[in-house]
Ligand binder design. Structure first.
Ligand code: C2G
Length: 130
């Protein structure tokens, strides 16, 4: 069984996220999502519209996702890879190169981001609606 993992905040879930999760799952049989907790998002400098529990419910409803675990720190990836026997780590290419240090533990693949859509873009566009 090929196990894949990816990490993210996934706030205001949109088709860019879905594209990434679909492609991540296509690489194996089992996809784990390390979902950033509200506390970790503060460390990441992100303010979320949806809470961790709400975002978890959304991600768990996606057919490509088999398990959601909390992402609490930058450092947990190595232990996650070992604990869950991960074969492939996938991230969007805005992270290109940033997780190459994990190549000694598993394959690391960066997929092109879905252009033109992002959570911040959605927030901005909505701010224009009166
Ligand atoms: N993504 C994408 N296309 C978009 C928007 C996002 O492919 N249009 C991808 C990102 O590249 C990332 C994933 O969807 O791989 C989740 O995006 P974010 O929630 O923005 O993730 P981020 O805040 O970058 O957190 O430890 C890793 C971090 O937790 C990643």
């Amino acid at each position: 069984m090929i196990k894949v993992i990816t990490y993210g905040t996934f706030d205001l879930l949109h088709y860019g996220h879905i594209n990434l999760l679909k492609r991540a799952k296509s690489l194996g049989d089992y996809l784990i999502v390390g979902l950033s907790t509200d506390e970790f998002n503060i460390i990441k400098g992100k303010t979320c519209y949806f809470s961790y529990d709400e975002r978890k419910k959304l991600i768990e409803a996606i057919r490509y996702v088999d398990l959601v675990i909390p992402e609490k720190t930058w450092e947990q990836k190595i232990s996650d890879i070992k604990e869950y026997k991960i074969d492939i780590l996938v991230m969007g290419d805005d992270w290109e190169g940033k997780f190459d240090y994990l190549k000694k533990y598993c394959k690391v693949i960066y997929f092109p981001r879905t252009p033109e859509i992002s959570t911040s873009q959605i927030k901005y566009d909505l701010s224009l609606v009166k």
